[in-house]
Design a protein around this ligand. Structure first.
Ligand SMILES: [Zn+2]
Ligand SMILES: [Zn+2]
Length: 223
């Protein structure tokens, strides 16, 4: 009898127990959902300068040269952030850094990357659109006069990374937020079409934004 009443005490309120279990389950599910919503940290990318720069330069529509021509010489600046952390735009994009002659490579003073300068190579080693240093400065240098600004899409072809309405590299909407800013203002539309006009500042913000979104870059005199 004792066992029965004991059993009854335990099992009679079947519905309330189920309700409690259901509530707990819901709380657990809600908790998991909240954890899911609370922006899982993104893996930081590995985006070095690619190993086939002259092929990529041609893919981007350029005809590489064996030296720098400065008839047109303009600069734009690119910042990339993933979860608020700056991603390095490497030096050597659009430069055949493995060329046997004509490339001077030095480590940056802070040791964070490489600086590549070009004199005269034996074969085409330089794209019109390139980076020398790992600070986001993007150079347009051409033998032609008044060259129209190249596009961010061409630069990303040279970098070997996807760039379109949905994705920057491996980061794609809607799974990951991807925003692009032009001189500090949010840019709508395909970022590949952004023109790298003189002194333009492009900021690509993937995932959690940085504390400050740059709206300009301190170009040196003559840059
Ligand atoms: Zn240059
Ligand atoms: Zn330059």
């Amino acid at each position: 009898m004792i066992a029965d009443s004991d059993r009854g005490a335990r099992y009679t309120p079947a519905v309330p127990i189920l309700a409690v279990i259901a509530r707990r389950w819901c709380v657990a599910v809600l908790g998991l959902a909240l954890v899911g919503c609370a922006a899982k940290p993104l893996a930081q990318p590995s985006w070095p300068a690619p190993s086939d720069p002259m092929k990529l330069s041609r893919d981007a529509g350029f005809e590489p040269t064996d030296r720098e021509y400065l008839t047109t010489h303009t600069h734009a600046h690119l910042d990339v952030f993933v979860d608020g952390q700056r991603v390095q735009v490497p030096g050597g994009i659009g430069i055949d850094v493995a060329a046997p002659k004509g490339i001077e490579a030095t480590k940056t003073p802070d040791g964070s990357g490489m600086d590549y300068q070009v004199s005269v190579c034996d074969a085409p080693c330089l794209s019109e659109l390139h980076t020398h240093t790992p600070d986001g400065l993007v150079h347009t240098e051409s033998s032609k006069i008044d060259v129209e600004p190249h596009t961010l899409g061409q630069f990303f072809i040279e970098w070997g990374l996807r760039l379109d309405d949905s994705c920057v590299g491996e980061y794609c909407k809607p799974d990951t937020s991807v925003d692009v800013y032009l001189d500090g203002k949010k840019h709508e539309g395909n970022p590949a079409e952004i023109k790298l006009a003189p002194h333009v500042e492009v900021a690509i913000v993937i995932g959690r934004p940085p504390a400050f979104i740059p709206d300009s870059w301190s170009f040196l005199p003559g840059q």
